[in-house]
Write a protein that binds this ligand. Structure first.
Ligand SMILES: [Zn+2]
Length: 145
């Protein structure tokens, strides 16, 4: 779980397919309480929140890739399966037949891609385009995966 200070890290953890919730607008004590009740660690860049939650809280550095390295070293990136989780709502994606989404993606995308995934919760459609390749390259270059 992340508070409002680690939105960039949340995005990348979901790209990696890791179950990552976010509470960007709730007060810190409430976020910490939720993290504990859901048996999650809390990611933050606030030393105050680190002090509040101690071993339950991971204090991350300012830079995104340094934060991911810290999480990798702590073992939190094990089991990463990139692009298997909705980047918006954290729900695991499901495969969907190309024909079923024909009217929901741009014609060029439909013609040039054969595999699509859908979020069963928010109904967004995902496909593996150049943006995916770029994100994977970025993770590999940073030695995250
Ligand atoms: Zn979703």
């Amino acid at each position: 779980m992340s508070d409002g200070t680690c939105g960039d890290v949340v995005k990348w953890l979901r790209i990696l397919g890791l179950d990552t919730t976010a509470k960007f607008h709730n007060p810190a004590p409430l976020v910490l309480k939720e993290a504990i009740s859901e048996d999650r660690v809390l990611l933050t860049r606030s030393a105050t929140i680190k002090e509040l939650g101690r071993e339950r809280v991971i204090l991350l550095p300012e830079k995104t890739m340094e934060s991911l390295h810290k999480l990798k070293e702590a073992g939190f990136l094990q089991g990463a399966t990139p692009f298997t989780r909705c980047l918006v709502c954290n729900t695991p994606l499901k495969d969907i037949a190309r024909e079923e989404i024909r009217d929901r993606v741009p014609p060029y995308i439909y013609q040039t891609h054969t595999e699509f995934k859908i979020c069963p919760d928010c109904d967004r459609i995902f496909w593996s385009g150049t943006h995916v390749e770029n994100m994977l390259r970025c993770l590999k270059n940073a030695n995250i995966i």
